[in-house]
Design a protein around this ligand. Sequence first.
Ligand SMILES: [Zn+2]
Ligand SMILES: [Zn+2]
Length: 496
Amino acid sequence: MMVRRFLFVLGILMATGIAAYRADQRVLPRLEPASTPHRVGTYHVHTESSHDSHTELDQLTATAHDLGLDFIVVTDHNTQLAGPVVVNGVVVLSHAELTTPFGHLVQLGATQLLEEEERRGLDILRKVRELGGVPIAAHPADPKRPWTGPVDGLGGFEIASVSASARRRGGPIFAGLLPALFAFRLNRELAFAQILDRSDAALRRWDAEYDPSVVGMCGVDSHGRILPTGLELRGWHTVIDAPLPESPEQLPAALIDAISRGRFHCVAGLFARDPEFEFRASWGGETVGVPGDTVTALAVDALVARSPRSTIDTATVVLLRNGEEVSRTQGGRLHYRHPTPGTYRVEVRLPVPGVVWGYRVLPVIYSNRIRVVEDLDDAAGGPPARIFPLGRTYPSLAIPEDEEPPAAEAPAAEPPGVSDPSETPESGQPKLETPGGGGASETVAPKPAPAEPSPVEAAPPGDTRAAPEPAPAAPAAEAPDPEASTSEPEAGSEPP
Ligand SMILES: [Zn+2]
Ligand SMILES: [Zn+2]
């Protein structure tokens, strides 16, 4: 018995020694910085206003400032500041992470707090929309607290979450993170990188929603309890791809607007603050669509992605269509000609060294999505099927007739292919004027929630992949059926 215990302790000591020695030798790859800098922030941060965090806002913003962050999205549990503030030169957007019977939901952009009793109903997403918010499912595939609520009307999913990945990587008692613990004193970044992973489950849920205005967020879920805040805030950066106003009064609303429309990409901040990256739809070299947009196949001759060079020169750019890989290239530029209809996104993957040996290839950049459709009537039909987690089926919401959002001009009224070319960072692009003065994805929140979600089917994920984009019988373009137009709720929110 004694011998066994001795060997166990000896083994631990040797493992610690080897891990510590190796951790000192191993370095993380770095990505080249963007030639045109973006505004960079970080999403899903807690302060002392949350019961499980002690981080003071002043300290948090000072740390964010030191990291060169322009904004932070504070998501305290069931509480938020009365409005945006600027502290230590950092814009603080404060929007509550609501505790609901279905999991955690961030009411991004909402200016009031959703009442406690209103958090319990299946119409919670519509309630958040009514407050001007965009409901974002927090850590939707977290083993401990997944999102099990309605999906129809969600504005986005957290496709990456540091806390959820720590739980997956560590296992029930976090034993899987022991090597990282050993390495922490010698190489903090290497240790922290061990927590990151790719959440196939969260990505599958996102990929099943073809509407590109359903955004993919990356949350750090910083609580400042175990890891230093400065490290936590580098878990994931939110890099804004839209032009933003300089005025501090206008900036907060513009940031929320850009995020809620998918005009951003996620970057694992350990590898770069703001690396060179772009993803766009092009026609003859001109940009005709950016993430968040729906474009027609006729208007696009290629999807273009540019990845940053890395210090180890093995960054891989992967293009996915409806969640399935369709093309990849090692470094540089990816040019995918004549994309068929589908919802496209990009991952940039890097080999991330382990503490002692080996590498894991992980996405360190996630784009948001560009949807290519046969014609814009298809887009009005919405995603073909809704997947509810855990095999649970939710009933349709019964909502009185008079609460239905008013029918409005359909997005088909705009010229083919272009949602909003003027939004791209490249200035000097000709703006294609639409008759209504705005494209389908032009409109800011509040998006009206679907009046009555289509009957829910707990379809297995494979079903939606196998039958992409069946276009439901499209109603007359002038008066879209509100029940069928849930994928383009913005169409109903702006008068022509
Ligand atoms: Zn949470
Ligand atoms: Zn949280």
